[in-house]
Write a protein that binds this ligand. Structure first.
Ligand SMILES: [Zn+2]
Length: 555
């Protein structure tokens, strides 16, 4: 019997800044939710992420902050790790592309593609800053997008239309180093022959009818337009040197950050395998094994790389498996009280930063809200008022209230134990039946990458259970028929357990409290045991508040 595995990755953040809610909603939260679900099912999962340290973004920040690129990437890498931890986003490993063994594995990727005839050295005209005396790859140049006319396109990609940019075609280009108007000079680069993969990429994408339409349509559109060969080297200092020592043209050149970054998924896996004592070569079980499902969670700006460039790079290696799924989310806008809806923009100071959020609020309400407004098929907006309202009206008033009133009632009137279940009424039976079906319903949504839909199912079940509580009136039964009252409490506690297990991928901190209030062992609180009855007469843990009511900040 072959061993099924899941290799789950979340896009590597550049280690040049803090994380905001858009990053989290885009890929880290859905990836963590998915992985928690798989772990709860007992699946063999590797959850891989790390920082993207090389390339122009980090070098530019270093220039601005008067530091070395390594100082910048080491600093922000730590900040980002703390943000993820604070939100309960738990990677198996969090690597960094400027740490070993990433350089070695990236060189292998380059050399193998070179050996297999997928790289070609070409002379190229490139923008050059005469004041700074340097070539201006990628974000070193900005201008007007030649696709959509957006005024602030960067030399690598236009954030507005998401397309890759040919820097020489930018209108009104300016150097981001000196502001100078660049001139054109000749240089040499190695090109990845993406065009050679068009047919294979098309067949592969057409075979994945289950992908989100946004991902498929975007990739198909680019394929229809024809895939240009891409330069995968740069004239820069900060990066992995081109590993062709015998070629004088390779001097002073490094690998393009978008060539080495996705290799990070593989090199971080290898590093992790080595650190946990399985040996570095064990990464092949995650990347070269047809029984391993490779799932890349990304934001919409990364579709071009993950649906075309990276799979072609894997094809060029000849022995790697291709991704099974590329769940991409759209961008998130933000709206502060009394202001208009806007795109999140670091440079305009227009963002909700995770570090700041965590200094005032708990992680679960943010996880909840970002899932409920998940930009799964279109852009959505983080509205601060709405965040507060949904915390109070849904988490506190529905799920929190259900758990709190049930547990405190059991402490007060059922000796703090899980009461025995006597003969059950029609209402009790239908509540128990609905509860027993919930794990499969939620699993079905999650396996379709419908995170918002899955959470809606859970909250609908919590609302139904509150209705059941109100209808069965245990506070009246307590005086009239204690056996029936105990039965109702038993049904409620068992339903709460199931809710806790299926909510854990979304609300891990609240779920841990539910588990401890019900005094569950770890094995009882897993997906397979979600609908298994709690042992009667077991003492309950202390009652705890799951969610705090939040005040609207004063304007
Ligand atoms: Zn554009």
């Amino acid at each position: 019997m072959p061993e099924r595995k899941f290799t789950v990755t979340a896009a590597l953040p550049y280690s040049n800044g803090r994380l905001h809610v858009g990053h989290i909603a885009g890929c880290y939260l859905p990836a963590d939710t998915f992985v928690r679900y798989l772990r709860s099912r007992g699946e063999d999962v590797a959850f891989i992420c790390g920082s993207d340290d090389y390339g122009v973004p980090v070098a530019l920040t270093a220039r601005k902050e008067g530091k070395t690129p390594r100082q910048v990437s080491d600093h922000y890498r730590k900040v980002q790790k703390a943000d993820f931890k604070g939100l309960g986003i738990e990677f198996d490993t969090y690597g960094g592309t400027s740490k070993p063994p990433h350089d070695e594995i990236s060189r292998q990727f380059f050399l193998k593609a070179h050996e297999n005839g997928y790289l070609e050295k070409r002379r190229q005209k490139q923008l050059f800053d005469p004041e700074a005396q340097m070539f201006l790859p990628d974000r070193y140049v900005e201008g007007i997008c030649h696709h959509c006319q957006s005024p602030d396109a960067r030399g690598d990609q236009c954030e507005t239309c998401g397309r890759q940019i040919d820097p020489e075609l930018l209108e009104q280009p300016r150097s981001t180093v000196t502001g100078a108007r660049p001139e054109i000079r000749e240089t040499v680069h190695w090109f990845f022959l993406l065009s050679k993969f068009e047919d294979r990429l098309r067949d592969w994408i057409e075979s994945h009818t289950e992908w989100r339409p946004m991902v498929r349509n975007f990739a198909r559109g680019l394929l229809d337009a024809g895939l240009p060969d891409r330069a995968i080297t740069r004239d820069l200092e900060w990066g992995i040197p081109v590993p062709l020592e015998s070629d004088p043209d390779a001097e002073g050149k490094v690998l393009y950050v978008w060539f080495d970054a996705p290799i990070g998924y593989v090199s971080f896996t290898a590093d992790w395998c080595e650190r946990v004592g399985r040996g570095r070569g064990d990464y092949e079980k995650w990347w070269k094994n047809p029984q391993s499902e490779i799932v890349h969670f990304i934001g919409e700006d990364n579709v071009v790389f993950h649906a075309l460039m990276w799979p072609a790079m894997l094809m060029a290696q000849e022995d790697f498996e291709l991704p099974s799924q590329i769940p991409a989310n759209c961008f998130l806008n933000v709206q502060f009280p009394g202001e208009d809806e806007r795109k999140i923009s670091k440079s305009r100071g227009n963002a909700i930063w995770i570090g700041e959020y965590l200094s005032s609020y708990d992680p679960d309400p943010l996880r909840y809200y970002l899932t409920m407004i998940a930009p799964e098929d279109q852009r959505t907006t983080f509205k601060f008022d709405d965040f507060i309202n949904r915390n109070n009206d849904e988490l506190v008033a529905c799920l929190g209230n259900l758990v709190h009133r049930t547990i405190t009632f059991a402490h007060k009137y059922c000796e703090g134990k899980i009461p025995t279940r006597g003969s059950i009424s029609q209402e009790d039976r239908s509540r128990l039946e609905a509860t027993s079906k919930l794990p499969d319903i939620v699993a079905g949504r999650l396996e379709d990458y419908g995170f918002k839909a899955a959470l809606h199912e859970i909250m609908a079940a919590a609302r139904e259970t509150n209705r059941y509580f109100d209808m069965r009136k245990p506070w009246v039964l307590r005086k009239e028929n204690m056996e029936e009252c105990k039965t109702v409490l038993n049904v409620l506690l068992n339903t709460i357990k199931t809710l806790g297990v299926v909510a854990e991928p979304f609300l891990p901190f609240a779920a841990a409290k539910i588990s401890s209030m019900l005094a569950c062992e770890e094995c009882e609180f897993s997906w397979h045991a979600a609908a298994q009855a709690l042992p009667e007469n077991r003492p309950l843990g202390e009652a705890e508040i799951l969610f705090a009511k939040l005040e609207h900040p004063e304007a």
